[in-house]
Write a protein that binds this ligand. Structure first.
Ligand SMILES: NC(=O)c1ccc[n+]([C@@H]2O[C@H](COP(=O)([O-])OP(=O)(O)OC[C@H]3O[C@@H](n4cnc5c(N)ncnc54)[C@H](OP(=O)(O)O)[C@@H]3O)[C@@H](O)[C@H]2O)c1
Length: 461
């Protein structure tokens, strides 16, 4: 009887093993078939990348070479940043790495693509942080899932080293640009070669510190007609972040129309002060003694955080309807004391990226969301929110209109303009953390990069 039970168990086990083996066999077959399909598609993709025929037929000359600032490993910008200079006509794409290296100067590949010759690009604190490894897990996840969905799902079956190299490096840095359109995809109706544009690609995409950048239509728009490329390049990343943080609030225009901006003299601060004022807000800001001149010139009341007691100065004055905190200097509890009932506290410092780097994107995101919900529940008398940079074409158009209307002025001091070869110096300046206004790199070095346009009539969409 006992023997019979044992035999039965062994039989059951071997039947189970058989089923598992068969399933594994079929699963592998499916994966291999999918892999082959993807390889074929990638090959087609690369070939179409390489021929440039459409591009050339429209009278554009393929660039002889393409310069870009890339990193091939994470680390301090001064150690890992390097300039790549690729001779495009002679570069044959034979591997994924080649495809990645050549990504930015390839012809338009999707109907919504816009290929831009970059004249200028600005440096943001996030460039320094991405260089040091910030967001590596979240942005790689996005590269996989959003860029290449099926490929992303299959990647776990590849070796760790293969995944790492394929997706990530060489990584081009730079988050925003101003330049000239050189080619557009078939669905791009209102931009054409020769148009002067500005914009910012999504964070997980490759950057703008290169001669050419290929972006989606949602990431680019006609640049402000009154700005030089140097000025226009200083706007998109900070402008889109501020609009995504404050647009809903300023459009509703809850009274009193006064706002507190913490850290007013940097890129985000100088833009936020002017954006709020363009919607009729009076703005108070905190800045260092060295930042007072610039913030006063923009029309903000200043609290010098080096010589004054910020708590006392803020809490003794009138209450605000908005506290905007790009630098993470406040907490919802603190903001609650200086906000009117139902006022808004918006912070740009969320832990999502850090937690995603630590625990993976899904867990990092859910942990962050539960923190936000907790903060909201603990501060029910005010609206607590985090905001993020978001590519947004209508916002780029809105900002261009406000700038051309004279309500927002780009803040770029001549000493903060760097030549392309000096990009590491520009990174150093931003790393030091006391930038006044924006730091911009003159990528093309062409006369039109710095020339102020001669504008008689401005047309906006
Ligand atoms: N969530 C997002 O999507 C997003 C997007 C963009 C930016 N951000 C955040 O926004 C921050 C600011 O970006 P940015 O481009 O404006 O950087 P930035 O140009 O380097 O400016 C930072 C400014 O903060 C000021 N500052 C530092 N500590 C301060 C304090 N305790 N009180 C008042 N001001 C202080 C500095 O001025 P002083 O020299 O006068 O101290 C500096 O001008 C970044 O660090 C980033 O975390 C978030």
């Amino acid at each position: 009887m006992h023997l019979h039970a044992q035999c039965h168990k062994v039989l059951k086990l071997s039947r189970f093993c058989c089923v598992v083996q068969t399933q594994r066999f079929f699963f592998r077959k499916v994966i291999n078939a999918l892999n082959e399909h993807i390889n074929e598609k990638t090959q087609e993709h690369r070939e179409s990348f390489q021929n440039w025929s459409e591009f050339q037929n429209r009278g554009f000359k393929r660039p002889e070479y393409m310069r870009s600032w890339v990193i091939e490993e994470y680390g301090s910008p001064q150690d890992v940043l390097k300039m790549e200079n690729l001779n495009t006509p002679n570069t044959k794409i034979t591997s994924n790495i080649d495809a990645r290296r050549s990504y930015l100067y390839q012809a338009v590949n999707h109907p919504n693509d816009v290929l831009v010759k970059v004249h200028c690009a600005s440096i943001n604190p996030i460039d320094v942080r991405i260089c040091e490894g910030y967001g590596r897990r979240l942005f790689n996840f996005q590269r996989d899932v959003l860029f290449n969905t099926i490929g992303g799902l299959l990647r776990p079956f590849k070796s760790v080293q293969e995944r790492f190299v394929e997706r990530e490096f060489p990584l081009v840095l730079g988050r925003d640009f101003s330049g000239t359109v050189v080619d557009v995809g078939t669905r791009v109706a209102d931009l054409q070669p020769g148009d002067e544009v500005y914009g910012a690609p999504s964070l997980f995409k490759f950057g703008t510190l290169a001669d050419y950048v290929c972006v989606d239509l949602n990431e680019v728009a006609q640049k402000p007609a009154t700005c030089s490329h140097i000025e226009a390049a200083s706007i998109p990343y900070v402008g889109l972040t501020v609009v995504s943080a404050l647009r809903n609030i300023v459009v509703k225009g809850k009274s009193p129309k006064n706002a507190l901006v913490l850290g007013g003299s940097g890129g985000i601060g100088t833009f936020a002060i002017q954006y709020l004022q363009s919607y009729g807000y009076s703005v108070t800001t905190t800045c260092s003694t060295e930042g007072i001149a610039i913030c006063n010139r923009l029309g903000a009341d200043c609290i010098d955080y080096k010589t004054q007691d910020v708590d006392k100065a803020v809490l003794e004055g009138d209450k605000f309807s908005v506290v905007f905190d790009p630098i993470g200097a406040a907490s919802p509890e603190w903001a609650g004391q200086c906000l009117v009932n139902c006022g808004s506290y918006v912070s740009l410092r969320s832990p999502i990226v850090e937690l995603s780097d630590k625990y993976g994107p899904l867990f990092g995101f859910s942990a962050s969301m539960s923190t936000l919900v907790k903060k909201k529940l603990q501060n029910t008398s005010i609206n607590v929110d985090w905001a993020f940079f978001k590519p947004d074409r209508p916002a780029l158009l809105e900002v261009a209109r406000i700038i051309d209307g004279g309500l927002i002025k780009p803040v770029v001091h001549p000493s903060n303009i760097y030549q392309f070869e000096d990009t590491p110096k520009a990174f150093k300046k931003v790393e030091e953390g006391h930038t006044k206004g924006k730091v911009v790199v003159n990528v093309s070095g062409l006369p039109e990069a710095v020339q102020k346009p001669n504008v008689e009539k401005i047309f906006h969409l």
